[in-house]
Design a protein. Structure first.
Length: 537
């Protein structure tokens, strides 16, 4: 009698009904053990378990271990509960049954499907092929239903991620909703505050580590919260790093906006996760309570593109770093230190002036600071006066006009997007019909994709503005409140510069032009006031 050294292979996927005992790991093991007791020629030498792996994918850890044992001659029999435990992909499952196992002289047994290649069934039977096809169809159906369900949840603003971002937790009442974690949210607020004050990401991380504040992964471990396994962050004693800080500063989740569907697999047969183009992301505003106000988040985003060099040995960014522009050639101006008689003087100059034929003189930082402070305080006073003069305007009427204007623009943009998508859809037909060459097809496809993305962004921005008006946030003139917060300012610091000023253009040694944040809102308010005065006149 031939003795078979067997592996019992057990698989349970995430999509299986885990409340169904027939599919549990324990039940599969018991079924195989009972079968082996009735077949004395079979000796179990190993057990391989893939818990949480789809049958469509054959790159599974335990399955790979089993196949190495097959190749090394350690086993010559594989036993599973049923054929679907081996795999649900028709072609690959058939390949193992018809070619791989026979090539290594391996006996394959699927108990519930009555498949035993050492007896009547050899893996080529029509019934086996039908079962393979049915198993693959089942996987495809489950995949479609799962994808559709997740897509619907994302569109509704439900959080479908495995782990909540640092600063939030999953609600105990509704696991698809994020709620603020007060401790972690306070740390997030400090991170944004320090960044707005000019502290670099590396220095922020150093400060948090120095204060003994646990990193996001350490905090989640302490609190018993779920967290992503693997990688540096999962190492013992993981600390705050500049990378972690930057990731937090870039995460729009903190503004109450939920962006999901950034990655995905092309289809249910492919395991590789791919990045999706931005126009395919699902974005839902006000999906949960915000931790960081939108204007602070946008300012931090803007800081990222500025020159943020610090003084040697300091963690503070220079006052005007990144926002000074040479009025002659348009270059960014640079700060330099000039020592003179045991003192140091600071200047800003244009480093590329001579190369471009520009002869902008250097300007003293102290003089620039005083001049800029005066202009900023004057602008803040103008904003306060403007608010007072606009207080008598019928805000409801203005809001109705804004709603009408935004709705019209959104409608026009949506028609354009529909037209672009129509053009894009017809490209393939024109390619097949010989109207377009392959090069023309690719060029036009990329062109329409870029245009669709731009129009989509326009629609999203207009919709955000419309939502502001509908909720009467615009009517409250929050941008004015933003400036009024600095009304008692007597000294210009980096925080005020970043939050109030877009850029400073140096015209000459005695003249500068300041472009303020919310300039378009200021101009609209001035136009509104002019209309009212004309009507009154």
């Amino acid at each position: 009698m031939q003795i078979y050294h067997a592996t019992m292979y057990i698989r349970l996927s995430y999509t299986d009904d885990r409340g169904n005992e027939s599919d549990s790991v324990g039940n599969q093991r018991k079924l195989i053990e009972d079968f082996v007791r009735q077949n004395p020629e079979i000796e179990i030498v190993s057990e391989k378990i893939d818990d949480g792996y789809s049958g469509v994918i054959f790159d599974r850890p335990a399955f790979n271990e089993m196949m190495r044992d097959v190749e090394d001659g350690k086993i010559n029999c594989v036993i599973v509960k049923d054929l679907s435990r081996l795999g649900r992909e028709y072609i690959e499952t058939g390949r193992f049954l018809r070619r791989v196992f026979p090539a290594y002289g391996v006996r394959f047994i699927a108990i519930n499907d009555n498949i035993d290649t050492a007896k009547d069934m050899n893996g080529d039977d029509l019934a086996v092929s039908v079962k393979n096809i049915m198993n693959e169809a089942y996987s495809r159906d489950i995949s479609i239903k799962t994808r559709s369900s997740l897509e619907t949840k994302r569109k509704n603003g439900d959080f479908v991620g495995a782990f909540a971002v640092y600063g939030y937790r999953k609600s105990e009442e509704n696991k698809n909703r994020l709620v603020i974690d007060e401790y972690a949210a306070a740390v997030v607020k400090d991170i944004f505050r320090m960044r707005l004050e000019g502290v670099s990401a590396a220095k922020i991380a150093e400060g948090l580590n120095r204060q003994g504040i646990p990193s996001p992964i350490a905090y989640k471990k302490e609190q018993g919260l779920p967290y992503a396994k693997g990688g540096y962050a999962d190492k013992e004693g993981a600390k705050w790093s500049a990378t972690t800080i930057i990731r937090i500063l870039k995460d729009e989740t903190y503004t109450g906006t939920l962006i999901q569907g950034k990655k995905g697999t092309p289809n249910y047969k492919m395991k590789q996760v791919l990045e999706k183009p931005e126009e395919e992301w699902l974005r839902v505003e006000n999906a949960h309570d915000w931790i960081i106000p939108r204007h602070d988040f946008d300012l931090v985003k803007r800081i990222k593109n500025l020159d943020t060099r610090t003084a040697p040995g300091s963690d503070r960014v220079y006052l005007f770093s990144g926002i000074l522009i040479c009025g002659c050639c348009g270059s960014r101006m640079t700060r330099k230190t000039v020592p003179y008689k045991d003192k140091q003087y600071y200047y800003y100059y244009c480093p590329s002036g001579k190369k471009r034929g520009c002869h902008m003189p250097a300007i003293k930082e102290a003089e620039l600071t005083g001049c800029a402070l005066g202009i900023v305080k004057s602008h803040i006073d103008n904003v306060a006066s403007l608010e007072a003069m606009l207080s008598g305007i019928d805000q409801d009427r203005l809001n109705r006009e804004q709603v009408k204007r935004y709705t019209g623009r959104i409608g026009s943009s949506e028609k354009r997007l529909e037209q672009i998508n129509g053009f894009k859809a017809s490209l393939y037909e024109n390619l097949v019909g010989g109207v377009l060459s392959k090069e023309e097809f690719l060029t036009l496809k990329n062109k329409y994709s870029d245009e669709a993305r731009q129009v989509g962004e326009t629609i999203a921005n207009l919709q955000r503005d419309l939502d502001d008006v509908m909720e009467n946030r615009s009517g409250k003139n929050q941008w004015m409140e933003h400036f009024k917060r600095f009304s008692s300012m007597e000294e210009l610091d980096r925080k005020a510069v970043i939050q109030l000023i877009q850029s400073i253009c140096i015209i000459d040694k005695n003249n500068i032009e300041i472009s303020f944040n919310y300039q378009s809102e200021f101009d609209k308010a001035m136009s509104m006031l002019a209309v009212r005065e004309r009507r009154a006149g």
